[in-house]
Write a protein that binds this ligand. Sequence first.
Ligand code: UDP
Ligand code: MG
Length: 335
Amino acid sequence: MELIERQHFLGAPDFRERAPVINFVLPCYNEEEVLPETASRLTRLLEDLEAQELISPASSVYFVDDGSRDRTWPLIEELATTASRFCGIKLSRNRGHQNALLCGLMSIHGDALISLDADLQDDLGIIADMVRAFRSGHEVVYAVRRRRDTDSFFKRVTAEGYYRILAAMGVNLVFNHADYRLLGRRPLEALRGYREPHLFLRGLVPLLGYRSTTVAFDRAERFAGESKYPLGKMLALAWQGISSFTPYPLRLITGAGVLVSLVSLAMAAWALALRLLTNEALPGWASTVIPMYFLGGIQLLGLGVIGEYLAKVFESGKHRPRYQVESICGQWRAP
Ligand code: UDP
Ligand code: MG
């Protein structure tokens, strides 16, 4: 710890001469179908990068098993016995991709960590460029998608719209970047200081600062198996991103409240004017019932959003751990 704190003040470490130890973190949830292929491609990649002296031979691959119910963990254990560069962490149950990834980021040391998905959708071909960017002084390297043509029309439109809406609400996100990134030691240490239980890592990392850059890639189709991010989980993550980073929806409700109140005032003035100045009778039922339902709806929505934020305070107050490690395997290297 002391050493790390000193490094904070000493500035970014210099990797122009020494090849850095780059470790890889891959959260895995029921990935038995892709894991062997992922492991063999990573082995080839690491051997290649080591031969080019881009990374140190002490670099390792860490699989975080997010409470899988298939043969993912036995496979990871098997990999760890066959090659010293493979290690594993098993969470005690499924905690979701963000928590599994966080567990890796919190537990693994090295000069830098690269996080990527286990399903080979993240193009391994750009890792050399990411490492080069790191060695030239960028402590955060974001992999961003060049196109979204491997996504369904629905996912493409909603995902891009989402990034734009968040940007409009003042949340600083890297456009079309998810969780494929390299983090140097100093940003990692900084990230470890963020204790919030509602994780949206792609929103947190830009808050850390440090010199950063992007590398573009094309996202492939999933190598095998099916997505572990069904619509429900995706919506939950999307809402996490909004409600953990901006009070904007609360303001929206205030705005709607003000608007509806003004409209009601105008309606009251209109009704009064009709009563006092003309002989016309007010149209009765619709003008009473519709605003009632409308206001009821807005109020319920408002309460719901406020409740969501309140629930976050409630959850945070408990200070529960974000994940529990059940076992580890492989040759863990000291920091
Ligand atoms: N994942 C996880 N826990 C979960 C869901 C997913 O660790 O509860 C992992 C999964 O194994 C994969 C990564 O998160 O390595 C991304 O998931 P997936 O590929 O299913 O998402 P998609 O690419 O379809 O958005
Ligand atoms: Mg995927």
